[in-house]
Design a protein around this ligand. Structure first.
Ligand code: MG
Ligand code: ZN
Length: 222
């Protein structure tokens, strides 16, 4: 009998289950709604594609990109770069050099446009010799960023200059995947799915996203 009363506290303790787990989850979702994002390809989209870029000295912004990124940021979009860097697997440069370059780009963007990017995600693998699960057109890095940063994919966009960028966005379930004609864009225009929005460059794509966002909020208000 005494033994039966003993097991009771543990069964009451069963109400521990919601204690930490459930409360924590509720608090988290209440405090931090998912953010919308613009996922950005790097080479040929934000900077001129010089082929296996690794040195800051060779980095050049495409005209108008820092300001366009600042406008997107101001409109509430997280900005996340998703880039294939097989130059690492090919032995052209190291992962450390990729990170050093990205920190220099961050510093320059802060000086030019007073904004910070929200994340850099890159695949270092060789597409043929060491196939991986993270190289675009895989959505894996977008999905990882969404999880890490609390992003709402269905409210987000992808901008890139290759069909593999467009496909990575679509595979991740973004609202829109936009092709820019800088970099490899002109050559890849025939490879993207019909109906893919095409823009001369990132500033034009950003303007489209900003107008669309304004239109959507106007529709909600009306
Ligand atoms: Mg590119
Ligand atoms: Zn990879």
């Amino acid at each position: 009998m005494a033994q039966k009363s003993d097991p009771q506290p543990p069964s009451l303790a069963g109400s521990r289950d919601p204690k930490s787990g459930n409360l924590k989850t509720a608090a988290k979702s209440a405090c931090c709604p998912l953010k919308k994002a613009v996922f950005l390809d790097r080479d040929g989209t934000i900077n001129h594609d010089v082929g296996y870029l690794s040195q800051w000295e060779n980095f050049r912004w495409i005209d108008g990109v820092p300001d366009a990124l600042a406008q997107l940021k101001k409109a509430g979009f997280a900005l996340v770069v998703i880039t294939n860097q097989s130059g690492v697997a090919r032995g052209y440069y190291t992962s450390q050099e990729v990170q050093t370059l990205h920190r220099k780009i961050d510093t320059d963007l802060l000086q030019r446009a007073e904004i910070k990017l929200d994340g850099w995600y890159y695949c270092t693998h060789h597409p043929d010799l060491a196939p991986c699960s993270c190289r675009k057109p895989s959505p894996e890095l977008l999905l990882k960023a969404a999880k890490d940063l609390g992003l709402a994919l269905s409210a987000s966009f992808m901008i890139g200059d290759k069909s593999l960028d467009i496909m990575a966005g679509l595979n991740a379930g973004v609202q829109g995947s936009l092709l820019v004609l800088t970099g490899y864009g002109q050559g890849d225009q025939s490879k993207v799915p019909p109906g893919t929005p095409v823009f001369p460059d990132l500033p034009a794509a950003a303007a489209f996203i900003l107008n669309k966002t304004i239109d959507l909020s106007a529709a909600i208000t009306g």
